[in-house]
Structure formats: structure tokens, C-alpha cells
Design a protein around this ligand. Structure first.
Ligand code: HEM
Length: 538
């Protein structure tokens, strides 16, 4: 009975038997007429010209001509899988979301990605990885759209087009295709020192994961959680892989790019197919929801900062298991549409300006990428709960809406459908006071410390990890044509650590500059795996 029963992803569990484009015994046109011959066009005689009346020829070629949709403007290369999430119930005191309750099993779809490369680029390039999860909860879809790096390049979403323009290939040569090794990227990050922390993670071993299965994931932003009593906390989301965090070394990554550019997607698909289902624990760092929205001096609305785990331990709240490969890459991985505004009761946004811009951007881009406003009707995006919206018509409308015109209050529709009362658990935005102030186009003063956390990151590394970081900076900066760009980035490194700077400078054959910013004193922790465990003592 229609697409619901036959779609690849409409059913919460189990693989479907068939798909709506492949029913019945005979080959047909898209209108269902049976076809006798799909290999020869209709001609005026055996050697004559092709006839315009050949509908099957025209339909076949026309459809092929339009098979492609635009790739994502970022995160174009990705790979997805289905799974389940089971809540531990440990979040219940801070968050009322039903899917986090003890033992509740929720179907999920996860898409991993690289940020900068095009759809056909290689997997093991040095880049940030996306880690986006769609939870099909009983209260609607919740999308946790994170990365494998806990901080971001910029503090305000208005800079996102700029950082991506700088990171994507040069417009003239379309080089480089998937790596950060070029002048505009380094020009941008050396002039926007807020990017330093993210760049340090990129140049570390975290920038070349061994497998999607061995990556951490981070929601990056601070969210606001609400419990049943209406009390709020601020929180950061973490995914911790059961297999631990593992990276490639640079030479391995280079060789794999050549031998098997599909290394990460093959690894994930093979693991799932063989029953080695990868698992991640979802964890929360929880902070009091104070008017300042800071924790131990860290601005929780600044997405370039972490909160060290020794100050706010990650508390496990549930388990994700990926256990089913996609049946059709296009239908599922390519058409999935994540959006940070897909929230469920218990989880709300904060005023982080990066978060706020994202709330606009995803919906906006998907209008083009998925051709119109009805992309939530695509099977992979459909919630697993009844949908009863007031949206009508538009491109690719699949619903046949009944009843009178959708407006409220409507005295002609018999009172249906209802707006949910509190007892029906609607999503309600947390009432937050909004400061009465002048309109401002500037960052708060707390956003100006760009070097303490990069230094903390550097000091947390083992000697081998430091060596890898130095070599990565040297290699990537070595690809720049502009000496001024290299010199400016060396200045940034000098402000992080003198040894880091001098070692990279040596590799580039350039003098090491003196720092222009006095670093705050930080206490190192022993290894990269411990990142987040220490914090400045001064
Ligand atoms: C796509 C993460 C910042 C715009 C993605 C994806 C991820 C992601 C994981 C891929 C989703 C998928 O697999 O389909 C992040 C993180 C950010 C961030 C963690 C910062 C914390 C931003 C900002 C903007 C933005 C600031 C714009 C203002 C986009 C767009 C896409 C995208 C347009 C393509 C979406 C689509 O075509 O469906 N992002 N992003 N992102 N992101 Fe972000």
C-alpha cells in the first residue's frame, strides 16, 4: 500500500522487501505501461532517423539526464548507516527527552563525512569529520549534528561562508581538492586566530582517523536541557567510541588514499555486514544554567573552547549501535537532511552565535539541495511518529491532504487537528530572559582568548604526538606559495608554544618569531587521549 510499506527506511526495523520503483514482474515506463524492448529506439526504418514519438526513449534518457542532485555545499562526501540508540535513564534528572529514558530503544541514522572534499574525494585526507545522528524518537526527530573535533574554526556563523570559501579549492585551478594545504586556508586561519584551536586538532592525529568506528563525536555547542520539573542545565554532547580513539599516521593515510580512496566507507560497511557492530556511548557534560553561561571561567557560548573533562566529567547517558547498512546510497545517505532545529522536548538551543546561524543554514540549503520544501517526506527523513502539519503543496508533495484550508483557529474543521496541551508533551522553548541592550555587531570580550586552549592541547600531547603535529604543520604550510602567509602562521604558533613554532619554522627554512601574546600558564596532561583532562592553573 504505497511508499510507506516499501520504502528503504520507512519501517523502524528490518530491511524492506522491495522498493516502490521495482514492483511487479515486467519492465514498465514510469507510468506503468509494460515495455517490450528497452534496447532499441523507434526509427523510421532500420537505418532511419529516430522518431520523436518514441516516448520510452525520451523518458529513459530524460530521467538519466536528471539523476544527479547538487552535492552538499560542505560535508559532500559522507557515508551512512542505520542503528539503534538505547537510553540508560541516567539523564532523567536533567533532561525529560523520552529517548533518554531507561531502556527506550530509538532507531537512528548516522552520516559520517569529511568537510571540504567533493562527493568523490578520498576518505583518509586530513580534515574534520562530520558525525551527524538522526534519532527517530517517539517525540519526533532529534538531530545531533556534530563533528569529531570538539571546537570550531569561528565564533560567529556569519563567518562560515568565509572560512569555507578559504578552505575549498582555489576557484581558478580547483586545487587542492580535499586538504587544507593551500594559501587561502592558511591566510584565513592566520588572520582569524580564533581558529587556532580547531587547526591544532586538525593538524594532530585527530585529523586522520583510522576509522569512523574509532572517532569521538562532539555536539560542539552548549545546549540547554530541561527536566520534568522545568529546571534547566547547560550541557555538551559527546560520543565515545567503544573501540577507543585511533588514528592513522600520515604515511599510512597517504598510501591508503592511493590504494583505497573508499577506505573509511568500506571499513564501516564491512564491519556492519560481518556483525562487528560499532558502538558509541552518548555522554553529557553538565553545567549549571547561570545567567553568565560560563563554567570555571570558560564561556559556554564560545564554540572555540572545550570544557576540560576533569572539571565536568562526561556522564554516559545511552548507547548507540550501528547494525544495518544502507540499501541505497542515494535514497538514504545522499537524501538525508539533518537540521539543528529538529529538537525534542527536553533539549533546546543556546545563544551561541554559531549555533544560531546554523539554525538558519541547514533548512535553507536543503531547499535547494533537495529541491523544494517537502524533503521531510523523503523516506529517510520521515519521523517515525504521525505527522500533522499545516504545510501544503510545493514541489515533490507526496501527501494528499484532506479537509478544509489549514489555518487556526478554524471553526470549519471540526476542531481537528488539535494543538497539544501540556499533558501531551509538546515541544516548548525554554523561556530565557533576553538582555535589553543596544544592537551590536561585535564579539564579547570573553571570546578574545585564542591561545590558552591551543596551548593546553599542545602540552597534553606525548612526544610522538607532538612530532606528528610539527610534521603536519610543516608539510601543509610547505605547500603555500605565499611566504607572508607562512610567516603569519608561524607568528600564531609562536603564541601557542615556542618549541612548536621553532620546529615548524626550521622545517620551512624560516626564522621563528617571538610571541606577541603572553601565554597563560597551563598544566600539561600526559597524552592526547587525555585531552580535556587539564586546565590552566592560573
Ligand atoms: C553540513 C557539522 C557549522 C552549514 C554539516 C554536516 C555536519 C556539520 C556533520 C553534514 C551533515 C550530513 O551528514 O548531511 C557542523 C558543525 C559545525 C558546523 C559541528 C560547528 C559546530 C556550520 C555553520 C554553518 C553550517 C556555522 C552555516 C552557517 C552547513 C551546511 C551543510 C552542513 C550548509 C550542508 C547541509 C546539507 O546539505 O544537508 N555540518 N557544521 N555548518 N553545514 Fe555544518
Amino acid at each position: 500500500d504505497g511508499p510507506e510499506t516499501v520504502s528503504p527506511t520507512g519501517a523502524p526495523t528490518g530491511a524492506p522487501k522491495t522498493s516502490m520503483g521495482q514492483q511487479g514482474e515486467f519492465l514498465t515506463t514510469s507510468a506503468g505501461a509494460r515495455i517490450r524492448d528497452t534496447d532499441h529506439s523507434l526509427k523510421a526504418g532500420e537505418r532511419g532517423p529516430t522518431l520523436l514519438q518514441d516516448h520510452h526513449l525520451r523518458e529513459k534518457v530524460m530521467h538519466f539526464d536528471h539523476e544527479r542532485i547538487p552535492e552538499r555545499v560542505v560535508h559532500a562526501r559522507g557515508y551512512g548507516a542505520h542503528g539503534t540508540f538505547v537510553g540508560y535513564g541516567t539523564a532523567s534528572n536533567v533532561c525529560k527527552s523520552a529517548f533518554l529514558a531507561d531502556g527506550i530503544e530509538t532507531p537512528v541514522f548516522v552520516r559520517f563525512s569529511t568537510v571540504l572534499g567533493s562527493r568523490g574525494s578520498a576518505d583518509t585526507v586530513r580534515d574534520t569529520r562530520g558525525f551527524a545522528t538522526k534519532f527517530y524518537t517517539q517525540e519526533g526527530n532529534f538531530d545531533l549534528v556534530g563533528n569529531n573535533i570538539p571546537v570550531f574554526f569561528i565564533q560567529d556563523g556569519i563567518k562560515f561562508p568565509d572560512v569555507i570559501h578559504a578552505g575549498k579549492p582555489h576557484p581558478d585551478r580547483e586545487i587542492p581538492q580535499a586538504q587544507s594545504a593551500h594559501d587561502t586556508f592558511w591566510d584565513f586561519v592566520s588572520t582569524h586566530t580564533e581558529a587556532t584551536h580547531h587547526v591544532m586538532w586538525n593538524m594532530s592525529d585527530r585529523g586522520i582517523p583510522r576509522s569512523y568506528r574509532t572517532m569521538e563525536g562532539f555536539g560542539v555547542h552548549t545546549f540547554r536541557l530541561v527536566n520534568e520539573a522545568g529546571e534547566t542545565v547547560l550541557a555538551k554532547f559527546h560520543w565515545k567510541p567503544k573501540l577507543g580513539v585511533h588514528s592513522l599516521v600520515w604515511e599510512e593515510a597517504q598510501m591508503i588514499n592511493g590504494f583505497d580512496p573508499d577506505f573509511h566507507r568500506r571499513d564501516l560497511a564491512d564491519a556492519i555486514e560481518s556483525g562487528a557492530h560499532p558502538q558509541w556511548e552518548l555522554g553529557l557534560q553538565i553545567f549549571p544554567d547561570t545567567p553568565k553561561q560560563t563554567f570555571e571561567g570558560i564561556d559556554l557560548l564560545d564554540p572555540t573552547k572545550i570544557v576540560p573533562e576533569e572539571l565536568a566529567p562526561v556522564q554516559p547517558v545511552g548507547l548507540l549501535t550501528l547494525n544495518r547498512n544502507t540499501m541505497n546510497f542515494f535514497a538514504e545517505t545522499e537524501q538525508v537532511a539533518f537540521h539543528l532545529g529538529n529538537l525534542v522536548p527536553g533539549i533546546d538551543v543556546t545563544d551561541d552565535p554559531l549555533f544560531q546561524a546554523r539554525l538558519f543554514s541547514y533548512l535553507d540549503t536543503q531547499l535547494t539541495r533537495l529541491a523544494g520544501p517537502n524533503f521531510n517526506q523523503i523516506p529517510i527523513n520521515r519521523p517515525h511518529v504521525p505527522v500533522n502539519d499545516m504545510f501544503r503543496d510545493g514541489y515533490h508533495q507526496h501527501a494528499v491532504h484532506a479537509g478544509v484550508a489549514p489555518y487556526k483557529p478554524n471553526t470549519l474543521d471540526g476542531g481537528n487537528p488539535f494543538e497539544a496541551g501540556a499533558e501531551n508533551r509538546p515541544f516548548v522553548e525554554v523561556a530565557q530572559p533576553v538582555a535589553r541592550s543596544a544592537k551590536v555587531r561585535e564579539a564579547p570580550a570573553s571570546y578574545s582568548d585564542h591561545f590558552s586552549q591551543p596551548r593546553l592541547f599542545w602540552l597534553s600531547m606525548s612526544p610522538v604526538e607532538k612530532e606528528h603535529l610539527i610534521r603536519a604543520f610543516t608539510f601543509e604550510l610547505g605547500k603555500c606559495y605565499e611566504q607572508a602567509v607562512k610567516e603569519r602562521q608561524l607568528q600564531v604558533l609562536a603564541n601557542v608554544d615556542a618549541t612548536l613554532c621553532s620546529e615548524v619554522a626550521k622545517g620551512l627554512g624560516l626564522p621563528a618569531p617571538a610571541p606577541t601574546v603572553r601565554p597563560r600558564k597551563v598544566t600539561p596532561s600526559p597524552a592526547l587521549s587525555q585531552v580535556g583532562q587539564t586546565w590552566p592553573t592560573d
